[in-house]
Design a binder for this molecule. Structure first.
Ligand code: WT7
Length: 640
């Protein structure tokens, strides 16, 4: 087991003024439902709920079921009514360098116009609207406009293909699609509408396609069906009275890729989802809406964008940065330039980005003033301890605490994370279930492991922002999450508890290797490799092996100055052996230029396993760049 002894106390100043202090754990432990009822009062309800949880028909939960609220009103109008209409909600930074700041008062007008526009197109309560947009403010406005009128959005990531859009439109039976002519990507306009046209032409159920003009490039047009966003919204009134809906009114569907089979439409509802998104954003980032400038670098097409660009921050009245493009356009310091420009205080990013910055070198962030940063977040994958240390030192200047937040599309919001004013943080560990959350690690039989033990991560009590079902497939919901261990939610992640009882995530259980009868986590071997100064990134897979069952095969990206040699490979093998034990030594190590990643930045180990086992590659359609696999395969004969 990887031994990690570094530990960092929370900054005294932050602790003294923290939004949430240590007593929250105790309060929640004594009365979990009372704790969540108290958090629900963060929101404005038209009818206050008297009931907290209805768990009479597990695993189908109802939270705050007799309460009524409007989600968009909570994210926009109430801040204007409280006198904060002039506060900036969104500082938008386009990739070509255009920028635009939108206040809460302006956001209220824009959301109201868009809501009236959707109503004109015949969209009403319970209808589904697909959203396929770049990272521009209209994406936020479109989502909130749907929420405002009780329609459900289904956001499809702007990098997905026509097939992926079509599958999602069909599954949700969407009536309207909101898209743009295109967006900017790596210094060039990149068209979006052609993929929507190709997808929509397969159905006669999509009544309208609303098109935001972003790039101004020529766009094919279907008369009667297509509508310009600006024409639709400019003719509407900026007044729209939000209607209160039941707490369990569906808010959105978001599809998870899933490793096999058809994508799962994860269904989230209103009151419980917004309660937990709002509470966790307030607690985990210690957000002070009057002074903080918050930036979540995720795309709106992922759940991170839903909960921590739209619903969490806006329900809390935050001022945030929204950036359209890639981190290296026009230069590799773009993120740090943005932090400096807006005085960003809270940054939420993914390990894959952090490792990329590490590879680009310390001198790049060093050229910018990052002294405003006071809390740093990580999400999406286990963060390797060395990447964590790099983030702390080079971005947080050894003072900003790092919150490593574990959660999933299905959980809706954060579940396991340090609290920045409470937790002494450990590099690489999400550590502690948040107040009100019950998570633990169990063995194969479902028995809770003690400290020092490992197994599967489970959630043992329902939580407010839990998925309510898989859209249209209750049985799949039961089978996927609630059948592996009786009465517990199975997250699909391997995990261990250290001697203090802190939780370490070890990656998806499908990625755990079995070598000579030992379970070895890909995450741990990758972290051991990344802790060597020559390695920037690593991906590890188990390949079928006649003697050991599976053999460990590692793909590494070397840091700038290092070159591949037999000596280096031997050194890396020994380094892993010394860090984790001889059983964890990779059998083969190959240096590669890039690793195959999904569009959300997760390494696709399945494809690397195909390479390592000399098999034909499986489905590569969710890869960011499929030429990466050709490069890796072309290396094969020479290595070993
Ligand atoms: C899976 C969920 C959570 C929003 C973005 C991803 C992995 C996520 C962490 C973390 C270790 C993490 C898990 C999880 N994951 N955050 N802090 N430490 N692993 O949402 O696409 O639904 O993926 O991402 O494997 O199950 P998602």
């Amino acid at each position: 087991m990887l031994k990690e002894e570094r530990k960092f106390a929370p900054p005294a100043e932050l602790s003294a003024h923290a939004n949430v202090k240590a007593d929250a754990y105790e309060r929640a432990r004594e009365d979990r439902l009372g704790f969540w009822a108290e958090q629900a009062r963060r929101l404005s309800w038209e009818t206050e709920p008297t009931e907290t949880l209805d768990w009479s028909n597990p695993p189908f939960a109802k939270w705050f079921a007799d309460g009524k609220l409007n989600v968009a009103y909570n994210c926009v109008d109430r801040h204007v009514e409280a006198g904060n209409g002039d506060r900036v909600a969104i500082h938008f930074e386009g990739e070509p360098g255009d920028s635009r700041s939108i206040t809460y008062a302006q956001l209220k007008d824009e959301v109201s116009r868009a809501a009236n526009g959707l109503i004109e197109l015949g969209v009403g309560k319970g209808d589904r609207v697909a959203v396929y947009l770049p990272m521009i403010p209209e994406a936020v406005i479109a989502m909130l406009a749907c929420a405002r009128i009780g329609a459900m959005h289904s956001v499809v990531f702007g990098g997905f293909s026509a097939d992926a859009i079509a599958a999602r439109i069909a599954d949700a039976d969407a009536k309207v699609v909101i898209t743009a002519d295109g967006g900017y990507r790596r210094g060039k306009p990149s068209a979006l509408k052609p993929a929507v046209d190709a997808a929509v032409s397969r159905f006669d159920t999509v009544e309208h396609v609303v098109v935001v003009r972003r790039t101004g490039e020529d766009t094919a047009w279907t008369e009667g069906r297509d509508v310009w966003w600006h024409e639709l919204t400019e003719r509407q009134s900026a007044e729209h009275t939000p209607e209160a809906f039941e707490a369990e009114q569906p808010l959105f569907i978001l599809y998870t890729s899933g490793t096999t089979g058809k994508p799962k439409g994860i269904l989230h509802t209103s009151g419980g989802y917004l309660t937990q998104a709002s509470f966790t954003h307030h607690a985990v980032f210690d957000l002070k809406p009057e002074t903080d400038v918050y930036w979540c670098t995720a795309d709106i097409g992922w759940v991170t964008g839903h909960s921590y660009i739209v619903y969490g921050p806006l329900s809390n009245g935050a001022t945030q940065v929204m950036y359209e493009g890639t981190p290296d356009t026009p230069h590799q310091g773009r993120f740090w330039e943005i932090v400096q420009k807006y005085g960003v205080t809270i940054l939420y990013a993914a390990p894959t980005a952090i490792r990329t910055f590490m590879k680009w070198g310390d001198d790049i962030p060093a050229k910018f003033d990052l002294s405003s940063l006071r809390v740093l977040g990580s999400v999406g994958e286990p963060i390797n301890p060395e990447a964590w240390m790099w983030y702390r030192k080079n971005i947080g200047h050894d003072k900003a605490p790092i919150v490593d937040t574990w959660w999933q599309t299905e959980t809706g919001s954060m579940m396991i994370s340090p609290l920045p004013g409470v937790t002494a943080t450990k590099p690489g560990s999400a550590q502690t279930p948040l107040p009100g959350i019950s998570a633990t690690v169990v063995d194969d039989e479902g028995n809770e492991v003690g400290n020092g033990g490992g197994g599967y991560l489970v959630l043992t009590e329902p939580w407010p922002s839990m998925l309510r079902t898989i859209w249209g497939d209750d049985q799949r919901f039961i089978d996927t999450y609630w059948s592996r261990f009786e009465g517990k939610y199975f997250a699909g992640d391997g995990a261990k508890k250290d001697e203090d009882g802190d939780i370490w995530l070890l990656g998806r259980v499908d990625d755990v290797m079995l070598v000579s009868g030992h379970n070895i986590s890909t995450t741990e071997v990758e972290s051991a490799l990344v802790s060597h100064p020559a390695v920037a990134e690593a991906a590890v897979v188990g390949a079928a092996d006649q003697t050991t069952g599976q053999a460990i095969v590692a793909f590494v990206i070397l840091r700038g100055s290092a070159t591949e040699s037999e000596d280096l490979v031997a050194e890396l093998r020994n380094h892993v052996g010394a860090t984790l034990g001889p059983i964890a030594k990779p059998k083969r190590i190959m240096a590669v230029a890039e690793l195959p990643k999904t569009r959300s930045g997760k390494i696709m180990r399945r494809l690397l396993r195909d390479v390592a086992e000399n098999r034909e590659l499986g489905d590569v359609t969710t890869l960011t760049d499929s030429s990466v696999m050709d490069l890796i395969q072309s290396k094969l004969p020479a290595s070993g």
